[in-house]
Design a protein around this ligand. Structure first.
Ligand code: AMP
Length: 289
């Protein structure tokens, strides 16, 4: 596995691979890799000849009171996991290499960046889109793979790439869950054993909404009420549970394309999850960290 830290070297690697006729797939991450990230690598591998994985904890997308400093990091383990999963090129720039100066120009996500996660984390999606744009320009892939776990992020990246003509294919992979339903996340490492149990309220709430919808209820307010009943468990502070369409707008009636998005705090940890009603949680793959 080739390891690169400098953006110019990364560009050159892709240039040479493309000259050899290879199609490049890309998986951007913030490291502390788990099976969710690694299944994105598998998907990328199935659709491209070479796979690049980046590992960069992007300071721009964290608010001043958020967990940037304590975000979990384990670069040695990440490198080993990436190599053993068949990553061809591991791109891990330092902050000084990626941001030689604080950027004066950032991407504006528009109205889709102001709701849900964007409302809870002002400036978050400007930081996300700015780093994703930079990484896509540096890596120059044919295809980039994102996880549906971060539904709003994947939706915004798709729109950015379409609206600004990046000419890169965006693939969105289903959420990888533990056997008990909890979505894998690097932030799960913050949870104590009690909090880990309490966190199951999120997938339970999504499942309850899905089952109620399958039972014939299509009123989004009634479905959200059902979700909140399950989410309101001891140790869980709900932030939102709403039904939206693919563009994150509230729906008047739930159908198979409706997405149920949820965010809650468990102790000091903020967790998010979602389900597309027509696909259902049972279709999500399982995998342990
Ligand atoms: P992160 O390192 O948390 O920024 O995530 C990097 C990529 O992995 C993003 O596209 C995430 O949506 C994706 N991802 C994170 N957790 C999961 C999961 N449990 N299943 C699938 N994809 C995931």
């Amino acid at each position: 596995m080739r390891e690169i830290a400098a953006p110019a070297e990364m560009r050159e690697w892709t240039r040479q691979e493309r000259r050899s006729g290879h199609r490049i797939g890309f998986v951007p991450t913030m490291g502390f890799l788990h099976e969710g990230h690694l299944q994105l690598v598998d998907r990328s591998r199935a659709r491209a000849d070479r796979v690049v994985l980046s590992n960069f904890v992007n300071p721009l997308q964290f608010g001043p009171a958020e967990d940037f400093a304590r975000y979990p990091r384990d670069p040695g383990r990440d490198r080993d996991l990436a190599a053993s999963r068949g990553v061809d090129c591991y791109f891990a720039p330092t902050t000084a290499l990626l941001y030689p100066e604080p950027p004066l120009v950032q991407l504006a996500p528009g109205p889709m960046g102001d709701t849900l996660e964007g409302a809870a984390r002002p400036g978050h999606f400007a930081g996300v889109l700015t780093v994703v744009a930079k990484l896509l320009h540096i890596v120059g892939p044919d295809l980039a793979v994102f996880g549906r776990k971060d539904y709003q992020q994947a939706t915004l990246v798709r729109r950015m790439v379409a609206d600004l003509d990046f000419g890169i294919e965006i693939d969105v992979a289903p959420t990888v869950r533990e056997l008990d339903g909890l979505a894998l996340s690097s932030r799960n490492t913050y949870l104590s054993a009690d909090e880990r149990r309490a966190a199951l309220a999120l997938p339970r709430a999504l499942r309850a909404v899905e089952q109620t919808w399958r039972g014939g209820e299509a009123d989004p307010a009634a479905l959200a009420r059902r979700g909140h009943e399950v989410l309101r468990a001891p140790g869980v502070a709900p932030e939102y549970l709403v039904l939206v369409d693919a563009e994150l707008r509230a729906v008047a009636r739930a159908d198979a394309r409706t997405v149920v998005v949820v965010a809650a705090r468990v102790g000091a940890t903020r967790l998010i999850d979602n389900v597309i009603l027509g696909e259902g949680m049972a279709a999500d793959p399982a995998g342990r960290r």
